[in-house]
Design a protein around this ligand. Structure first.
Ligand SMILES: NC(=O)c1ccc[n+]([C@@H]2O[C@H](COP(=O)([O-])OP(=O)(O)OC[C@H]3O[C@@H](n4cnc5c(N)ncnc54)[C@H](OP(=O)(O)O)[C@@H]3O)[C@@H](O)[C@H]2O)c1
Length: 345
């Protein structure tokens, strides 16, 4: 049994981590931290945990790491990056759900996030925590940068194509729709009920901070620098991300041939579900699970391949992916504690 600290336990991803870790046979929650809610009991901030798990919320101090094996950082970006070196020195491993260690280049981080990186020396050793691409490196990593929610769905849908000569790699368009929990629990005008309900809105066109993360991972697979068009949308739903991905074909391909290529790329992956021809993913079929559902269509008229992926942004897009990474880091079965299945038809 290993001991874990959940930092940012009162936020959406932190609470999801607690729900998952309480059911995990090999991980015990030792500390839970908060910022504005520190000093309260968890049930005061999250009444659904009353009688289940009701620890006191403490302030995040690097010293908390000294009696833990792993710290999950579920905090806004920049909130903890200066504390990570001390946690690692204490011998603790860190899984950071924020964007602080996802980008390999300090300059790229500082340009897109408009802030100075406080621990740039760690960027080189941080491993991007997408198990389907970096499983072996994650196993031995001290610091795992858990991927962003949009990048998870987009990269998983496009990764199998990055070495194929039958697609134009410079033609990628990513159209994504996210539930409102993607913006976190903190108050924000744009995500209030009246603003987000009964409408769909585009935002961050050409400027969304997940763009360089997607480009970094796809470029790494392609072996050359790629640029993508990424257009996010806010949907009036609580959870889920549906990404529709477009890429031009260089020659005629059948859906069956493309799917067979994807099947080969993702063989033995426990959390990737490829749908048969004519079936496409829906967010409600992956809610509260670690699955990424993936469907493929070929538009023969326009010679484009269209891939659709669905994930739960708080699960495969954040907390359950963090637990999957933790399982790999501590040599637990990769699916341990992640067996929950969605129930929607
Ligand atoms: N939401 C998603 O779908 C999603 C998906 C992937 C990745 N992420 C990333 O995961 C991280 C957490 O996201 P979230 O949606 O869970 O956020 P959230 O709901 O806003 O929760 C933030 C948590 O961090 C604490 N906190 C805020 N400022 C802090 C500070 N300066 N020092 C220490 N603790 C602080 C808050 O404590 P109090 O409540 O006490 O103030 C709260 O527990 C973010 O970096 C986000 O980008 C989110």
């Amino acid at each position: 049994m290993i001991k874990a600290c959940v930092a940012g336990a009162t936020g959406y991803t932190g609470l999801e981590l607690i729900r998952l870790l309480l059911q995990h046979p090999n991980i015990q929650i030792k500390h839970v931290t908060a910022d504005s809610n520190k000093g309260k009991r968890l049930s005061e901030v999250c009444p659904s945990l009353t009688g289940v798990f009701d620890q006191e919320l403490v302030a995040l101090e690097p010293g908390l790491a000294s009696d833990c094996d792993v710290v999950f950082l579920a905090l806004p970006h920049t909130a903890s990056m200066d504390k990570v070196p001390e946690m690692l020195q204490a011998g603790c491993r860190v899984i950071d759900l924020s964007a602080d260690f996802r980008l390999h280049e300090q300059e790229v981080y500082e340009t897109w996030y408009q802030t100075k990186h406080q621990s740039p020396e760690l960027l080189e050793q941080a491993v991007y925590g997408l198990p389907e691409l970096h499983r072996e490196k994650i196993k031995t990593a001290k610091l795992v940068a858990n991927p962003g929610c949009y990048p998870t769905g987009a990269i998983l849908g496009l990764a199998p194509l990055m070495q194929c000569d039958w697609v134009h790699l410079d033609s990628v368009i990513i159209d994504s729709k996210s539930g409102v929990s993607g913006a976190g629990r903190k108050l924000n005008t744009g995500t209030q009920f009246c603003e987000a309900n009964e409408g769909v809105s585009a935002y961050g066109l050409t400027t969304h901070r997940h763009t360089p993360e997607i480009e970094q991972e796809l470029s790494g697979l392609a072996g050359k620098n790629l640029s993508v068009v990424f257009s996010p949308h806010l949907m009036p739903m609580t959870r889920g991300i549906l990404s529709t991905l477009y890429i031009s074909l260089t020659k005629e391909m059948s859906v069956e041939a493309v799917l067979s290529h994807f099947q080969n790329f993702y063989r033995d992956e426990p959390f990737i579900r490829l749908l048969p021809p004519g079936q496409y993913p829906a967010t409600q079929r992956v809610v509260r699970s670690n699955f990424c559902d993936l469907g493929v269509a070929v538009d023969k008229r326009t010679n484009r391949l269209i891939i659709a992926t669905a994930i739960d942004n708080l699960m495969k897009g954040a907390s359950s992916q963090a637990v999957q990474n933790c399982n790999l880091m501590f040599d637990f079965p990769e699916t341990e504690g992640l067996e929950g299945v969605p129930v929607f038809p």
